[in-house]
Ligand binder design. Structure first.
Ligand SMILES: [Fe+2]
Ligand SMILES: [Fe+2]
Length: 199
């Protein structure tokens, strides 16, 4: 399911005489939603979590490959693809939770309110870590310190993964106890609405 079309400018490194020079080109980018529909808000969130976990492994592998082999055009394209996907997915997912799910739960209990407060703080931390990594991923030609790039990718992947596990293992069981099936449907409809889609 794709709902976004855009063009991104890639400054890809080209190797010549053992040095890299930048050659820019435009690449079409289509954002693929990692799900098949919005009829169940909790399924939407879970689908994003599974996609983040899988992409996190790919990101770490990419950073390890770059460290081992140096930057090349294929890796630069993978950096741009990761940049484009995460830029959309992270923003959309946090907005889904903060605008479609959390408002349905606030006030349910002191425990749940505390969890939501913590999760929102996590989102800020994830976005801060992402903005550091995004600067490098969006300009692969400028990635010259491969150890530092791997360190930033590792830090971002860890912060995001630990947050996802907290949501899946601690928060989700509470959510399922509180929400009715009608509210879960409403949450999905709100997520579709935020994307200007109809369910
Ligand atoms: Fe979250
Ligand atoms: Fe989440």
């Amino acid at each position: 399911m794709a709902h976004f079309l855009g063009y991104v400018f890639i400054a890809a490194p080209k190797k010549s005489n053992s040095t890299y020079s930048l050659k820019g080109f435009w690449m079409e980018f289509k954002y693929e939603e990692p799900l098949t529909g919005f009829s169940d808000g909790l399924v939407v969130l879970k689908s994003y979590h599974e996609d983040f976990l899988e992409r996190g492994k790919q990101l770490l592998q990419l950073a390890a490959n770059i460290k081992q082999n140096g930057m090349n055009e294929d890796y630069a394209n993978q950096c741009m693809e990761a940049y484009c996907h995460y830029s959309h997915a992270t923003h959309l997912h946090h907005r889904d939770e903060e605008q479609s799910l959390f408002p349905l739960l606030l006030g349910s209990s002191v425990l749940v309110d505390g969890m939501i407060e913590r999760l929102i703080m996590d989102h800020e931390e994830i976005e801060e870590s992402w903005s550091k990594l995004a600067k490098q991923l969006s300009n692969p030609g400028t990635i010259t310190n491969f150890d530092y790039f791997l360190h930033q990718a590792t830090e971002f992947e860890k912060i995001l993964r630990e947050h996802l596990i907290r949501e899946d293992e601690d928060f989700s069981p509470q959510v399922k106890k509180i929400l009715t099936s009608e509210q879960i449907k409403q949450a999905g409809e709100k997520m579709a609405e935020l994307r200007h889609l109809t369910v």
